[in-house]
Design a binder for this molecule. Structure first.
Ligand SMILES: Nc1ncnc2c1ncn2[C@@H]1O[C@H](COP(=O)(O)OP(=O)(O)OP(=O)(O)O)[C@@H](O)[C@H]1O
Length: 259
């Protein structure tokens, strides 16, 4: 690990008064392929995401952002190193245990919404609770839909909603289990500026009002500036970071590392 990485890691791990990390990667390496075709997508990454914080993960194409998100969420196994989520070491967790954790302590929001087209908005939102074996009262589901401004769209199917509305349904679905950690991959990538702002406001409320933790991959400086900090990846390593970033600072950093 280089000097810059060590310094960044220490700052992240030792921030005074920082809460226990909600997500922690220790010495995580992820290699795809073998021998001459091997790609080191993550290279000995140490990073901690404090509970109740929102981090944007940025970096050039191929720098390892999605791999970081997938390894942190247990969607992919690491080649070496350890991953902890919400106080549990998930590195060697079984598929059944990971599935259970993904339905309880983790939430997911993706660029492509991933809603079930044949189900209504409220059925989509209820799905994580149903998968966890619960019969969610309609009132609970309606309340969550109302909190994202879609009380009057509960009976609509995704195809009858705009992109921004679909993403709000996806966020409602991620919120319904009150996950400790929300993993978001380009959550505003397919949205117009106004819808993106609404979605970013909802994510901010999850952190400020719900005390939840968000790890969000984005290419958008405005989205990143909504987060509490930006972590910048280059060639599978953490190469820079910003605290309380402005859009301008993020854009400048992007320009510097993507040259
Ligand atoms: N399944 C895979 N098999 C082989 N190589 C992979 C696989 N997934 C990712 N990689 C490689 O790992 C590296 C990191 O990929 P990753 O998708 O994490 O980057 P990224 O920063 O999310 O990129 P982008 O911004 O383009 O989505 C890249 O070089 C990529 O080609």
């Amino acid at each position: 690990m280089g000097y810059v990485d060590t310094q960044i890691t220490n700052q992240l791990l030792d921030a005074p008064g920082a809460a226990a990390p909600a997500v922690e990667l220790s010495g995580v390496t992820r290699v795809y392929g073998a021998r001459s075709a091997a790609v080191r997508a993550l290279d000995n990454v140490d990073i901690a995401f404090a509970a109740g914080s929102w981090t944007a993960v940025m970096g050039p194409s191929g720098s390892g952002k999605s791999t970081l998100l997938h390894c942190a969420a247990g969607l992919e196994k690491v080649t070496s190193g350890r991953v902890r989520v919400a106080g549990r070491d998930i590195t060697d967790a079984s598929d059944a245990e990971l599935t259970r954790l993904r339905r309880t302590v983790m939430g997911f929001v993706f660029q492509s919404f991933n809603l079930i087209g044949s189900l209504t908005a409220e059925q989509n939102v209820a799905m994580p609770l149903r998968l966890a074996g619960q019969r969610p009262p309609r009132r609970v589901v309606r309340e969550v839909l109302a909190s994202v401004g879609l009380a009057d769209r509960a009976r609509h199917r995704p195809g009858e909603l705009s992109g921004g509305q679909q993403q709000r349904v996806a966020i409602a679905r991620a919120m319904v289990t009150r996950p400790a950690v929300l993993f978001a991959d380009e959550p505003t990538g397919a949205l117009d500026t106004r819808s993106a702002r609404t979605v970013l406001g909802l994510l901010r409320a999850m952190v400020d009002d719900g005390g939840q933790t968000i790890v969000m991959v984005t290419h958008d400086p405005a989205a990143a500036a909504s987060a509490d900090r930006v972590v910048f990846l280059g060639d599978g390593r953490v190469v820079d970071r910003l605290e309380r970033p402005t859009t301008r600072q993020v854009a400048d950093l992007l320009a510097r590392w993507e040259e």
